[in-house]
Design a binder for this molecule. Structure first.
Ligand code: GLU
Length: 290
């Protein structure tokens, strides 16, 4: 069993890592304050990272607004800010490492083919993020894979979860809310590490960035809790240091629903335009004194 929370007593480094696909809302403000507060101790550092690998959905206009909104909230962060789109070579290097160890395979499937295979099989194991990929391309021969790649067929890269788990062995991670957690990444199946149109994925880039930036405490909403099993595994496979995690509750609206980027009325810009002060937002979210 390998170590968990390997940063020990080092000063806390946290980050707020939004994707510029819309304006920030109260849920983001909560996440940002939460990360900032966790890093308030001696030597603590608070980073902001722009998660902009999805070039089809990210907009500079939203990125500019993120910085404007965070400054309005009274937050300060370190410069330079890491933008994922500027570091694609880091993700490619990690992918090559996993490929060389035979832990990654090309997947040529379309969404339709995957759905068809699941329907044919009658049932597919259901993971926390939906039906688990049924492994169609994992079963292709080496020659067939090479032929399709040579022909230029668009493909994603998937982690061979079975092989990865066998390689890594039993793993644990520590969540500040839930304590020591047994990693069970296999429930998510052969996750995508590089998409057809982007040479990385959420799982790969977030894991690598947190390690490269020396983040010691990953704070984020509990909706991403299950992903952490995969991130813990990737850290192990790539030989990277293991942080601690703190998955926090999600801020809900008056009807008990999660805020979404589509709810224009609760964006920080809308609140500001309606005359709300940053201080009152802070207080509402429970960060008045920090
Ligand atoms: N970029 C992700 C989001 O906006 C958060 C990443 C993370 O905290 O792991 O939801």
């Amino acid at each position: 069993m390998t170590a968990i929370g390997e940063y020990g007593d080092a000063p806390v480094v946290t980050r707020f890592a939004p994707s510029p696909t819309g304006y920030l809302h109260l849920g983001h403000a909560y996440a940002a304050f939460f990360a900032r507060r966790a890093a308030l101790g001696p030597g603590g550092r608070f980073l902001v990272r722009i998660e902009d690998i999805d070039s089809g959905r990210c907009r500079t206009q939203f990125e500019d607004a993120i910085f404007g909104d965070l400054a309005w909230l009274g937050l300060r962060w370190e410069e330079p800010v890491r933008r994922q789109s500027a570091h694609l070579e880091d993700y490619e290097k990690a992918l090559r490492q996993l490929e060389e160890e035979g832990l990654v395979y090309p997947c040529f499937c379309t969404r339709k083919e995957i759905a068809g295979e699941i329907a044919r099989a009658g049932a597919a194991p259901h993971g926390p993020e939906g039906p688990v990929y049924p492994g169609i391309c994992r079963r292709l021969s080496r020659a067939e894979r090479a032929r399709r790649v040579r022909e230029g067929t668009a493909h994603a890269l998937r982690l061979d979860m079975g092989a990865a788990v066998r390689r890594a062995g039993r793993l644990q991670w520590r969540d500040r809310e839930r304590g020591v957690v047994e990693a069970r990444p296999e429930t998510l199946g052969d996750v995508v590490l590089a998409r057809k149109e982007v040479p990385t994925s959420y799982h790969l880039s977030v894991t690598l960035d947190d390690a490269l930036q020396g983040v010691t405490l990953v704070t984020r909403g509990e909706d991403l809790f299950e992903s952490t099993h995969v991130h813990r595994l990737l850290l192990e496979l790539l030989g990277l240091p293991v942080p601690e995690w703190h998955h926090h509750h999600l801020v809900m609206d008056a009807e008990g629903r999660r805020f979404s980027k589509r709810d224009e009325s609760v964006t920080l810009r809308a609140l500001r335009a309606a005359g709300r002060s940053a201080e009152s937002v802070r207080e509402e979210l429970g960060f008045g004194a920090s």
